[in-house]
Design a protein around this ligand. Structure first.
Ligand code: SF4
Ligand code: SF4
Length: 286
């Protein structure tokens, strides 16, 4: 009989809203129960050692996991960070009497790999919005600053679609995430963020003939209403959301580039027509 090997996961929540966890709990295939209990690729499963929202343990007994695992299981576990890392001082972001920054550095330093889940963990996102009094940073930037060289894979989105996490985790389990060419220039797996929304949009024919919606209730391309689809790599058009029911553009709302490094400050105001100067020199310099 074949045996299942498990990859331990520490899921650490820093400065965020827990929306990425909520999104994952809405996963449909596999669902959250399958995801944390069953194999997600043949013969391999995740083993959730710590998740503040999902675990039954509380208090000191749960925090001990965060102290023990980096020492006892060095190089054996994956760290998932949800939320940005506050760096402005000890009064910002404390978990169990240690700062989020301190815990992120310690947990990442001993991890096999880090998944920065959500746009806050990937690039700073909303917590890093100007004037950013808490000094929030994305995980990769933070770890570079403190000299931790554990590989980081970004899984951005506000929130990320559950499949983006599942697919990225599957690539890690299969040992494929670290192969050359797998990660794009902003740290995401290219296979998971496969191309521009604009190239696959059901309203693209409207764009091509210049039929633009002037209000949210109208048919037509949403470009004039601020759609950032021409700039955003994501598979929402394919997977859609809430069990495949709908997604932003199908519902008549412009894409707001929620999984791009420039979200939120540099794509705001959200309903202003995309100005290429706003994003020139940022990210991939499209
Ligand atoms: S709605 Fe957005 S993504 Fe779709 S065609 Fe128009 S600009 Fe492109
Ligand atoms: S359509 Fe755009 S804003 Fe909406 S979830 Fe997808 S990437 Fe994010």
């Amino acid at each position: 009989m074949s045996r299942t090997s498990t990859l331990p996961v520490i899921w650490f929540q820093a400065a965020g809203c827990t929306g990425c966890s909520i999104s994952l709990m809405n996963a449909d295939y596999p669902d959250i129960q399958n995801l944390i209990l069953d194999e997600i690729v043949p013969g391999q499963a995740l083993s959730m050692l710590f998740h503040a929202t999902l675990m039954g343990r509380t208090g000191r007994a749960s925090l001990e996991v965060l102290e023990r695992v980096p020492i006892e299981r060095r190089g054996e576990y994956v760290l998932v960070v949800e939320g940005a890392v506050p760096t402005a001082g000890k009064e910002y972001g404390v978990v169990g009497e240690r700062t989020m920054a301190d815990r992120t550095a310690s947990l990442a330093g001993s991890a096999l790999a880090v998944l920065a889940l959500g746009s806050c963990a990937s690039y700073g996102g909303i917590p890093a919005g100007a004037p950013n009094p808490t000094g929030c940073k994305g995980v990769a930037e933070f770890l570079r600053d403190v000299g931790v060289d554990t590989p980081v894979i970004n899984v951005p989105g506000c929130p990320p679609h559950p499949r983006w996490f599942v697919e990225t985790a599957a690539y890690v389990l299969l040992g494929k995430a670290s192969r050359p060419g797998m990660v794009d220039e902003v740290g995401r797996l290219s296979a998971v963020y496969p191309g521009l929304i604009h190239e696959n949009c059901p309203r693209r024919a409207d764009f091509d003939v210049g039929r633009f919606a002037r209000s949210f209730s109208e048919e037509g391309c949403l470009y004039e209403l601020g759609c950032k689809g021409p700039y955003t790599d994501a598979s929402c058009w394919e997977h859609r959301w809430n069990g495949g029911v709908n997604w932003c553009i199908q519902a008549g709302h412009p894409c707001v580039a929620c999984c791009e490094p420039e979200f939120l400050d540099r794509v705001s105001p959200l309903y202003r027509k995309l100005d290429p100067d706003d994003i020139a020199g940022a990210g991939r310099g499209r």
